[in-house]
Design a protein around this ligand. Structure first.
Ligand code: C2O
Ligand code: CU
Length: 545
């Protein structure tokens, strides 16, 4: 029997301030946030579930973790502590590149997704550590990470585990949380809905459960002969929002702001409201849009974020479901069923309780335009999938045909702009994520005579020699208006070349954080389908001075 929908109230995750107030003025602060094994109730009728959760204490740890509230220009230090037990609660696979501590324990390391910070604070996959820092990975340097928060407000960031080969299991277990950067002086004039009740984070994640409440993750894999546990994509049959399966939220007849994060392992969401009410998109990933864009359907890739306003006063219905229509895998998989086709429900109060003085302004925060011509470099980045000859099942995925441990080939100069032509030779859409950098897709163009191009690429692994320019003359697809801002995740349509303008930001943090670009361990870029990232669609990104 499946769980009844809309019986649990949407939780508000605990809020942790990423600054202190000294004489009324914001000042830098230092937080200690731990990872704990906890019991979590995902649904009224489901027994409690053992999870891994972030919290400032074991008692307060939640799934997802507390929302960290930072201020633009006010640095924050976080000491991330691992209090996890010796054994993982989920199966994992020793045949993918994976952190294996000698003395047991669960390796973890925390990455602030969308953050602009020094490489030592980036949560490199090999900078993992076990409980009490008993064992540390080869690129571990410090227990305390520095987040300068020098970047713009808008959208939403999130922090999550990034341990080598364990990211899919550690996130599935619950090691993720939201992070908001605000600039009250710049944002107040926008007049958007604000305050904890009206400006809310929605963390979406699909999960499967055993009848006893425990998290289900496949433990045999699709290719047991090659990988005893790894499977190409994890899909759960329940949709959770802020740690509850299909919750509901009572709302007033007014505007609300929702910062939506897709924290699933592999599932895309194509969200719409059952009565056709629009989402007014005001930001994506960690930036505002220059102007709001109203859409009825919002396609949210894995790890992608959208910042939206919904005006419930426009609703004639008392109840609105959030519906999902994205096939899985995206775009050519199965359609969601009656379970994964539903996300949550809003229950609109019958009367207008107070005046709504918020608005969606015609102009939001402006951003610098991209100049493709000014790019210092043009690179080809190619997504490959490899299959088992006998079964035809995927065995692993690579970027540029290279292993994660192969020497860095992407070594941009700090502060420069580059053009990346990202070529997707697989059948799936891969959400590409770059650490540190921020980017905009400017063109999406189909590859013609794809099979011929693929065969050449399999032989030579060289886009220029295989005549990519001759092949990239197919159908041109417009980048949606509401994705035209500085992004940190970009969807890559299969069989297309996506042209992306990438800015490699300087970590401009004053003297407190000398920018040491040469310092180990550098950054990474990868597909954010966690099962792909772990095996092994991830490459180093090393900035040079
Ligand atoms: Cu959201 Cu490399 O991570
Ligand atoms: Cu992928």
């Amino acid at each position: 029997a499946s769980l009844e929908m809309y019986v649990d109230l949407l939780p508000q995750m605990p809020k942790v301030l990423g600054y202190s107030l000294k004489y009324g003025r914001p000042a830098p602060t230092h937080l200690t946030i731990g990872m704990y094994q906890k019991k979590w109730k995902f649904h009224r009728d489901l027994p409690v579930t053992t999870v891994f959760a972030f919290g400032t204490s074991a008692e307060s740890a939640t799934f997802p973790g507390p929302t960290i509230e930072a201020l633009q220009g006010v640095p924050l230090w976080v000491t991330w502590e691992n209090h996890l037990p010796d054994r993982h609660i989920l199966p994992w696979d020793p045949t993918v590149p994976v952190a294996i501590p000698r003395a047991g324990g669960v390796p973890t390391v925390v990455h602030l997704h969308g953050g602009v910070h020094p490489p030592q604070s980036d949560g490199h996959a090999n900078a993992w550590f076990t409980a009490g820092f008993r064992e540390r990975g080869p690129t571990w340097t410090t227990p305390t990470y520095a987040y300068p928060n020098a970047q713009s407000p808008g959208g939403v960031l999130w922090y999550h585990d990034h341990a080598l080969g364990l990211t899919r299991a550690n996130l599935l277990a619950g090691l993720l949380g939201a992070y908001v950067i605000r600039n009250p002086a710049a944002e107040a004039p926008l007049g958007l809905p604000c305050g904890d009740a009206l400006d809310r984070v929605l963390v979406l994640a699909d999960r499967s459960f055993y009848a006893d409440g425990s998290l289900y993750m496949n433990c045999t894999g699709d290719n047991p002969g090659v990988h005893p546990q790894w499977q190409p994509e994890y899909f759960g049959d329940a949709v959770t929002v802020n740690g509850k399966a299909w919750p509901f939220l009572p709302v007033a007849r007014r505007r609300y702001r929702f910062r939506i994060i897709n924290a699933s392992n592999a599932r895309f969401f194509n969200l719409s409201l059952s009565n056709g009410l629009p989402f007014h998109v005001i930001g994506s990933d960690a930036s505002y849009l220059p102007r709001p864009v109203a859409v009825t359907h919002l396609l949210v890739a894995v790890a992608e974020a959208f910042d939206v306003v919904v005006d419930f006063s426009e609703s004639s219905e008392a109840e609105l479901e959030v519906v999902n229509t994205a096939p899985y895998p995206y775009p050519d998989g199965d359609s969601p069923d009656h379970l994964t086709g539903k996300v949550m429900k809003f229950v609109v109060a019958p009367a207008r309780l107070w005046d709504d003085h918020s608005r969606v302004p015609a102009r939001l925060l402006d951003y610098v335009k991209v100049a493709e011509e000014e790019a210092a470099q043009r690179r080809y980045i190619v997504m490959y999938e490899y299959e088992d000859e006998a079964t035809g099942n995927p065995t692993h995925l690579y970027i540029n045909g290279k292993r994660p441990e192969d020497p860095a080939t992407e070594t941009p100069r700090a502060g420069t702009t580059e053009v990346w032509e990202v070529i997707n030779l697989t059948a799936d859409n891969h959400p590409l994520h770059l650490h540190l950098a921020t980017f905009q897709a400017v063109r999406v163009r189909g590859l013609v005579e794809l099979e011929e191009f693929k065969r050449c690429m399999e032989r030579l692994n060289d886009a220029a020699r295989c005549g990519v320019a001759r092949h990239a003359v197919g159908e041109e697809v417009a980048v949606p208006e509401h994705e035209r801002t500085w992004k940190n995740v970009v969807k890559l349509a299969p069989g297309f070349v996506t042209t992306v303008v990438v800015k490699f930001l300087m970590v401009d943090t004053g003297r407190a954080y000398p920018f040491d670009a040469a310092a180990e361990p550098g950054y990474v870029y990868h597909c954010h389908i966690l099962d792909h990232e772990d095996n092994a669609m991830i490459r180093p990104l090393k900035l040079i001075r």
